[in-house]
Design a binder for this molecule. Structure first.
Ligand code: BEZ
Length: 254
């Protein structure tokens, strides 16, 4: 059982679908040459580099040291900062903030929204996509059920924030944004790794869930989740996770 939640090279190899899933957001934010922007939760920097090819000055920010080190080694001409997106603030307000598949890790959504708002100039654009209410519902349900059945009580903690569009719009408005567009949609996502796909996904994305368990308990939860999710998400030797995304475009008004 790998304990390598954030080993960045392995992440790049097995989780390339994460940044591929966000490529069309780049069309929405439409960075212009000379603009300044932040990629909020940039991972290993692939989308930061695509954003920067517009001619804008883009900084990638991520909480994970391994991700930032890998981003710097892949894209030595770009700027990357190791920082917590729940608290980070740019030195000067920027023209645009972009985020793909990252905000669901920032469970203090209130503080994150305040940080994003403080880092954008008035009139600046915010475009993001992340997990919506109902994201990976089969996995979430199986984890919760396993905690009950295996008497693990509150020792299984789900470390993700998956809001409804209504709740997220309210949060942004409270922080001075005008929401131009917000919706959620199903995006079934094939996982790499063939029949090991779900376990590999858990290695990378559910490390925190198992943090309070011993090895035997973790093994039992993983087994339970695999059996419970299989009828819904496994077919012909590969897994497809039931992703549901929230996509938002907003402008900072005040
Ligand atoms: C997601 O991209 O939807 C996701 C990533 C990690 C954990 C949960 C969901």
């Amino acid at each position: 059982m790998a304990a390598n939640s954030w080993q960045a090279e392995d992440y790049d190899r097995a989780m390339a679908f994460v940044s591929r899933g966000g490529e069309d957001l780049i069309e929405i934010i439409r960075l212009q040459p000379g603009e300044s922007a932040v990629d909020w939760g940039c991972g290993t920097g692939d989308l930061t580099a695509k954003l920067a090819s517009s001619g804008a000055a883009v900084t990638g920010v991520d909480f994970s040291r391994e991700m930032i080190e890998r981003a710097r080694s892949k894209y030595p001409n770009l700027q990357f900062v190791e920082a917590d997106g729940q608290a980070y603030r740019t030195a000067k307000p920027v023209d645009a903030i972009f985020s793909n598949a990252a905000l669901h890790w920032m469970t203090d959504a209130e503080r994150t929204a305040a940080s994003i708002a403080a880092s954008l100039r008035v009139g600046g654009r915010f475009v993001a996509e992340f997990g919506a209410d109902g994201n990976i519902a089969s996995i979430v349900h199986a984890l919760q059920k396993s905690a009950q059945l295996l008497s693990l009580g509150r020792r299984i903690v789900l470390p993700w924030y998956f809001p409804t569009p209504e709740a997220y719009q309210q949060l942004l408005e409270k922080h001075g944004f005008r929401v131009l567009s917000i919706y959620s949609y199903d995006r079934p996502t094939p996982l790499s790794g063939g029949e090991q796909g779900l376990q590999i996904w858990l290695d990378h994305f559910a490390g925190g869930v198992f943090a309070g368990l011993d090895q035997e308990e973790e093994r039992a939860v993983r087994r339970y989740v695999e059996e419970a999710v299989k009828p819904l998400c496994y077919r012909d030797g590969s897994w497809t996770a039931d992703y549901r995304r929230l996509r938002v475009a907003a402008v900072k008004q005040s």
